[in-house]
Ligand binder design. Sequence first.
Ligand code: Y12
Ligand code: CO
Length: 171
Amino acid sequence: MLRDIITYPHKILKEKSKEITLFDNELHTLLDDMYETMMHKSGIGLAAIQIAVPLNTLIINLPNKDDKQEKEDLVEVINPTILEMDGSTLYTEGCLSVPEYYEDVQRAERIKVSYFDRHGNEIITEYDGLMAIAFQHECDHLKGELFIEKLSYLKRKKFEKEWKKKIKGKK
Ligand code: Y12
Ligand code: CO
């Protein structure tokens, strides 16, 4: 089922998500709905809080070398922890909760993470490249943080001014 994506500055996006303890059908339906919603909006990553569900889960589906998003490449992440980070990289990020806004964000280049899959199996792995960036972006959502909070003071001020104008125009 398609769900609505919450957009900035909705206060739900600031909520801290809670640990998942049951790996049941309800969780599987949530993950399926997140996937359908993300694909419908042409996203590559989505956290549950973006559809107003404050639970520690996120999905990432990066395009492959042919620029295709294949379901077999979908990564479903439950109760993630970033165990190690190193290096630094700059990437122009976007977010389905901040549509039509893209800005450079600095993040760790490589990460070691642990998480659970939809059946409750623990996975410990390392990511680099776009996967490391997307994983960090989505984990921030679980802490109630958005990528715009990583902007410089001046870029954030400019963003807020433009965003207010954009929202006003849509009313
Ligand atoms: C690198 C950096 C950030 C992420 C987090 C996941 N971000 C997204 O999935 C962003 C998707 C997005 C899609 C949009 O729609 C289209 O491009 C058609 C979009 O544009 C509009 O809303 C008009 C903005 C963001 C992963 C990896
Ligand atoms: Co986002």
